[in-house]
Design a protein. Sequence first.
Length: 284
Amino acid sequence: MATPTVQSTSVSHSMFTGSSNITIEGGNFIQQTNIGIDRDAREAINKAFKKYVYLDITHDNDDLKHFGISQSTSVSILQKLTHWALHSMGFPNVTWLHGVSAAEKTAISVSFAEMLAKEDRLAASFFFPRADTRNLKKSFIPSIAYQICFAIPELAQHILEAAEKDPVIFGKSLETQMRELIIQPVLSSGLAAAGRWIVVIDGLDTFVTPGDDFAKRVSTIMSDLVPQLEGRLRFCISGWQTSGISREFAPCTAVKPLEIYSPDYWATCTVYIAFFFEYKEHRL
């Protein structure tokens, strides 16, 4: 596929101009032209994935329209994310965004995904809705793979072949789906290791199923399998610092942790502690 038309070592990137006037300089940015996929391939992909994906879990759904960053802390984190996005060599393949405010993490993730989309660098996004009763675990990997088909046309045929070769892939484990629908297609396609494409996942900790630590399983997959991609496809994941996620991500050199320190954190803790002791005294 025809490739790079622009390379620079010191540029002001337009991907930041729409969000708090952030400007990051430095790094190599490779711009590619997305020529799309033909009608037959599009229909085949839709047919293969139709029953197994959700379309209302992206960063651009109506439920997320009210999210927007305002705190200087969030702007600083967004700057770090965009710096990571622009530098693939020597930078981890996964960024883990965690901290005290779920809403603030989501706002940052939405803003980051929007900027990537404007620059044609967003491979896929998956935002776990809070209090959603659907079985999102079953659609998690298929929904990401489905979006990748249309974002990165050179991967579409490889992903489609994987789905058609093994029709029961959609009922297999998360690990197998990740390996067959994403990892192997990326490696087989010869996609350039330019760090261009990024998947944004938000609210990983919000999806809880009895007897199954879904967040821990996903973090294990990211730690074990994603490093194989070596910059061809990268992931930005946000979620609470749960024990399961921390155990998997903390020792992994392929993961870059970014923690949000809210200026209201200690005030919130003080109020909560006071409420706890007042409640306990009342019960006694």
